[in-house]
Design a protein around this ligand. Sequence first.
Ligand SMILES: Cc1ncc(COP(=O)(O)O)c(C=O)c1O
Length: 395
Amino acid sequence: MDHPISRRNLLRTGALLTAGLSVSRASRAGSFWNPVAANALHEQTLVTEFAQLGREMPKLKARIAFNENPHGISQKAKDAIVKAAETGNRYAMFEGQELKQLIAAKEGVKPENIMLSAGSSELLTAMAVFFTGSAAKGAGGTILTSQFTYDDFLGCSKKFGAKIEAVPLTKEYRYDLAAMKAKITPDTKLVYICNPNNPTGTIIPAADLVAFCKEVSPKVPVFVDEAYIDFLKPEDRPALPKLVAEGANVFLTRTFSKIHGFAGLRLGYAIGPEKFLTELQNYSRGEWNPSVTTLKAGIASYQDEEWQNFCRTENDKARELLYKGLKEKGYEYVPSYANFVLFPIRMKTKVFEKEMFGNGILTSTREYNAQPYCRVSIGTVDEMGMFMDVFKKIA
Ligand SMILES: Cc1ncc(COP(=O)(O)O)c(C=O)c1O
């Protein structure tokens, strides 16, 4: 694996070792929060703050805050939407089945092991309700996870009274599976893992994650959020669907929001044991939630490997450009396997965000162990150039 950010440099930039979960702007502000609303809130907050300061509203040059696909959707998906629009007066009927069959064939599971949804956020919420807020599983319990990870499922579980046991990341910003295993108790209701992890962009070596799931899942269900899995090379993808096919108590969520560019169209899916998905169906409309246009577009995009390869290659190119710019400026970064990069910054998160936004760049920040970080999404090559121009000016 590539180099991590050195501890020495982190200390130089003012890191203090206090533990804590990643607290996003959204979860601080939200009531029953979901990341889609939170993203809008993020942008809106900056707009409001600018207005209050009486500063001229900047023209947005690059929106690289939400890990969206900057290339849009495939032409085949667009064509499918136009065609499907004519049937928009009818409820979707067979489209969900068709997509599930395609996914099942590719992943080596049965269509019954798949549940579709309008984006994977809906599934994260359904999982939280089912595991921590339902009569079936009993309220509360302990969710075991890592610090500095995606907090949507965790935040929602907390609202239902669950306790979150979050172990620190390794010094390479990776999930520490050994430390997690040591924390499993009879109270542990579920293990939540985000791989590749948001916001660090790191991955768990595929064989390690498979071994962990095999060992832990007979005792405690393991839920792996694989929102960014499509950015990985085949050898880095853990064969978790195979475990599901073999009957393991393992649940995965995936999304079309990233490589397929469907963040606005909304499509996601879960892979899990059939019995469990049948129960989960009580907490989500499943495939009846995405629109017929989205489902048709999803069917087209799922089969459009040329488009997916193009997006992956462009992402790699733009990410390399960002690395180069950061290195030239003397900044370290966490090598990323996804469409965003985390790096420590030398100013307060809010100041950084405002400075960037004032120069037309909407990006996002986080804090971990009292160290401020920028988590910048990978845009087009041009957008990363614009980001670096502004970054060099303000940093
Ligand atoms: C780790 C992770 N999981 C799930 C989601 C939810 O994505 P969506 O609801 O668009 O499928 C996101 C969104 O950025 C994410 O980063």
